[in-house]
Design a protein around this ligand. Structure first.
Ligand SMILES: Nc1ncnc2c1ncn2[C@@H]1O[C@H](COP(=O)(O)OP(=O)(O)OP(=O)(O)O)[C@@H](O)[C@H]1O
Ligand SMILES: [Mg+2]
Length: 395
């Protein structure tokens, strides 16, 4: 069975050929930002990019920055990761430049292959950087500016690190980081995170500090890939597979086939089959969907979609968004005219720009899509079903 929550790596990592090829191509010229809600598979893709770059012997570091609280910590972890990466396999000038720059590092460099190395280096650097990070930041700029061959830096949970910083630090850091990207011709950043970056940077520099990133939307699997995942799991579990049962699972998830939604269906199916000692049938699939996914025990899968409205939208926007989503969840699709009417009643204004901005935000955050011009639909069928049960009629 595929992991239910942890990033999918190795043999568990399925497909994403198109996204991977696009990202690998894009980072030749641009920095990349992966955009998708929680659990869409960003970390899995970034880990796969790391693997692909390593297989081409391209220096690449992967940094999980969720627990970083200050610019100094960010620089510390970055330098640690770069030195470690250099020591492990790739010899470029970054390593020697970093060694020269952070003078005391050679003392412990001999231990580079030992388990204590990372901890020692980090605590050494954190002590050094605890004073004023600007000076060290300038050194990084100098080193990065001189890099001759491409170096790739992957930052997972980047928006959380920015959120964790004091406002003034975050503002200065984002400006510095923007300049660093501009002046480092050979360094490419790939960033991702489970909270949207825009509201995070809104008060600390605004979009200009991140507008050089090429945004890559991560959506669902193609239908044939999704079907092959179902078939593969059935084979692993020794269950008899039929196109009918494959279809039944996919119909619950709905197109686009978000990997995590598919996996929670399949793992629910396994639990239910174990309990009832039954062989998965379309009836069992139905039971799993209604009980384990849409029932109260599945609530935690989707709750953050509802909470996010409270956290990242203004009160007025969240109230209006809820009213619109409530209507879209009960109707197959909603015309813009009706959506605008709901907007006017709930937002307390007929400002068309504000209406369009709110729809753009809901679209960007993967709640709705308007693929058919003039019509709104829920992006995910599964989320729509959940929303209809728990949030419809709250206006
Ligand atoms: N390419 C994939 N192959 C197989 N399963 C996947 C794939 N991508 C995502 N999944 C499924 O989705 C789950 C979440 O994936 P991942 O942790 O990569 O998402 P994420 O977007 O980084 O999540 P978060 O926002 O919580 O950090 C995995 O545990 C797995 O069940
Ligand atoms: Mg992740």
């Amino acid at each position: 069975m595929l992991p239910v929550g942890n990033p999918a790596t190795g043999n568990d990592f399925i497909d994403r050929e198109r996204e991977t090829a696009f990202i690998l191509d894009t980072i030749e010229k641009d920095h990349v930002m992966l955009v998708a809600p929680r659990r869409f598979g960003k970390t899995s893709i970034m880990r796969n990019i790391e693997k692909r770059l390593e297989s081409k012997h391209r220096p690449c570091v992967f940094l999980e920055v969720e627990s970083i609280n200050s610019p100094g910590e960010f620089i510390t972890d970055l330098v640690t990761a770069l030195i470690e990466c250099e020591g492990a396999s790739h010899k470029t000038r970054v390593f020697s430049a970093l060694k020269r720059m952070f003078t005391q590092v050679p003392e412990i460099i001999d231990e580079i292959e030992t388990p204590v190395f990372r901890a020692k280096l980090r605590s050494h650097l954190r002590a050094e950087f605890s004073d004023d990070w600007h000076e060290k930041a300038k050194k990084i700029e100098t080193i990065f500016g001189e890099i001759a061959n491409p170096v790739y830096i992957i930052l997972d949970e980047f928006p959380v690190a920015i959120q964790n910083m004091e406002d003034d630090d975050a503002r200065k850091f984002l400006h510095w980081f923007r300049r660093l990207r501009q002046d480092s011709a050979k360094v490419r950043f790939i960033v991702g995170g489970s909270v949207s970056i825009d509201p995070v940077v809104y008060g600390v520099g605004g979009t200009p500090v991140i507008n050089d990133f090429r945004r890559v939307n991560i959506g669902g699997f193609e239908e044939d890939v999704a079907l092959s995942v179902v078939e593969q799991v059935f084979q692993e579990e020794d269950w008899e597979y039929s196109p009918e049962i494959g279809r039944a699972v996919l119909d619950c998830v709905g197109d686009p086939y978000i990997p995590y939604f598919l996996v929670i269906m399949l793992s629910g199916l396994k639990e239910e089959a174990d309990i009832s000692e039954g062989v998965p049938s379309p009836t069992l699939v139905d039971r799993v969907y209604n009980k384990r996914i849409l029932g109260s025990e599945g609530r935690h899968y989707f709750e953050h979609y509802s909470r996010r409205l409270q956290v990242t939208y203004s009160e007025q926007e969240a109230k209006t968004a809820r009213a619109i989503l409530s209507k879209v969840s009960v109707a197959d699709s909603l015309s813009m005219a009706i959506a605008y009417d709901i907007f006017r009643r709930n937002y307390g204004s007929d400002n068309e720009d504000a209406f369009r901005a709110l729809l753009a935000q809901l679209n960007h955050d993967f709640y709705v899509t308007s693929e058919t011009p003039g019509e709104l639909r829920f992006y995910s069928k599964m989320l729509r079903d959940w929303w209809r049960i728990y949030h419809a009629n709250i206006e």
